[in-house]
Write a protein that binds this ligand. Structure first.
Ligand code: 13P
Length: 253
């Protein structure tokens, strides 16, 4: 079975004491992960090392950065390299979140470089794609997402691509309380897999986890996650509450 992932994106929220308390609650929660299930916590950069320490290798739990820079090292004031992330025990990095694309003007081409450097250092990219509302209303979301995949991922070999996790996050569903219906999610996840299949072959496409993000909550997670091509979620607001996020983890297939 494909890896199923409940990923939290804490974004720019929580103080360190609040982050420690939330993590402690998750550590103590009655969560039974199966072999093919993972919890990935994308926490603010200043807390990455502390969260890795507190998790202390808890099976199935991993820590992700919310961003990284596209260069190995050097005079890039304020940026974080993938080598730094790996050196503190971070295993994943979110790349191309729509907020980074929108507020920090990250292009598909820059994201392609970030994906490459993450893989070069053994970090798993959680590559985000997804369309704005106007594109959904024009019913051209497939073309939009296909272009994002093509421009940021298809420079990679099959061996590289199979280490990537994809997160489909329709921008109109992020933080709006408006979730894609399970049918809309399944349709576009199946489309993403068909694109990967076309480019890399069906067996590789069948291995890639494709997560859904956008107003995932305890009350809708099970229905979304039970869709054939939905392999878990990337969760913003609801991941800031231990009880809510625990229920989302428990909704994994
Ligand atoms: P919300 O779950 O708050 O809609 O955020 C989704 C998201 O952007 C996760 O990366």
């Amino acid at each position: 079975m494909r890896t199923q992932i409940a990923a939290a994106n804490w974004k720019m929220n929580l103080t360190l004491p609040q982050a420690e308390a939330l993590l402690q609650q998750l550590i103590e929660a009655p969560i039974q992960l199966h072999e093919h299930q993972q919890v990935v916590l994308a926490v603010p950069a200043p807390y990455l090392h502390r969260m890795v320490q507190l998790l202390n290798g808890k099976p199935g739990f991993q820590v992700a950065a919310q961003n990284c820079y596209a260069q190995k090292s050097g005079a890039f004031t304020g940026e974080t390299s993938v080598e730094m992330l790996v050196s503190i025990g971070v295993t994943h990095v979110v790349i191309g979140h729509s907020e980074r694309r929108e507020y920090f003007l990250e292009s598909n081409q820059l994201l392609a470089q970030k994906v490459s450097i993450a893989l070069e250092y053994g970090l798993t990219p959680i590559f985000c794609c997804g369309e704005p509302l106007a594109i959904r209303e024009a019913n051209t979301q497939n073309e939009w997402v296909a272009k994002q995949l093509q421009e940021s991922l298809y420079h990679m070999s099959a061996d590289q691509l199979k280490k990537v996790v994809i997160a489909y996050e329709p921008i109109w569903a992020i933080g709006t309380g408006k979730t894609a219906s399970s049918e809309q999610a399944q349709d576009i996840h199946a489309f993403i897999r068909s694109q990967l299949s076309h480019q890399y072959g069906a067996s590789l496409a069948a291995e890639i986890p494709v997560l859904y993000g956008g107003s995932v909550k305890a009350s809708n997670a099970a229905e979304l996650f039970h869709q054939t091509d939905v392999d878990g979620g990337l969760v913003g607001g609801a991941s800031l509450q231990a009880v809510e996020f625990t229920a989302i983890i428990q909704a994994l297939k």
